[in-house]
Design a protein around this ligand. Sequence first.
Ligand code: ADP
Length: 265
Amino acid sequence: ATLEVLLAPFDREGAAGVMAVIHDVTEQRKTEEMRREFVANVSHELRTPLTNIRSYAETLVDSAGELPTQMEKDFLGVILNESDRMTHIVQDLLTLSRFDSGHSELKLARFSFEGAIRDVYNAVALEAQRHGHTVMLDLEKGLPEILGDRERILQVMMNVVANAIKYTPDGGRIKISAGRERGRVWMEVQDNGIGIPKEDRPRIFERFYRVDKARSRESGGTGLGLSIAKEIVERHEGVIRLVDRREPGLTIRLELKIEGPDHGA
Ligand code: ADP
């Protein structure tokens, strides 16, 4: 633990001495350190795509009119991809820093939990089909409406389902199930893909954490998706976590309160 000690001399009602106030600042230090690490990661992540954009653009400009058309096209393609990736990263960063600074409020309203899941399913169906995945829906009957920020919850669901599609080799099986338990609804997304090694499992909700950087980057990943999902869910006083299963692949579980967050929405 990190302790901070403040000493204050006093002289009152005939008693004099020194008063020591001890603060435990461990938590505070940890947060500061995480912030710093975050900024460091940010600059690191932005540097690579920026360098690529610059050098390709420079080459194009320097040899204007000399490059074979195909090469020009290829280089321009790289420039476009890298700028798209940067835009994505910056958008995610903005979302996170808005959360950090408390400038982001939930827009609470009642909506159908089942409807949200079906919207996500419809949104990814084509992409899943392109990869030859079978997506199964297993929804309990009579799922209730819940109070929450629909757009944000949809973002969380999309992220989890998109990851299942992304990190499962073509022709995989993805199961989306949902139910209700006491005052909560839950949704689980199970895939039979590459899964996550035991040692990495506790870390996947951390900012910028990616098990396989090359693979994640290839598929447009920033390593921020699940940390954003976690922020959103925690703001709703819900839970998002990995489920331990014996089968290969990964299962992620989301739980939300039917009546929405009690405090500070
Ligand atoms: P990314 O944008 O890289 O996908 P996420 O925050 O969404 O970032 O996920 C963090 C990391 O967790 C991913 O890079 C990947 O390594 C791992 N991951 C997430 N979902 C799955 C999954 N369904 N199967 C295997 N690995 C996964």
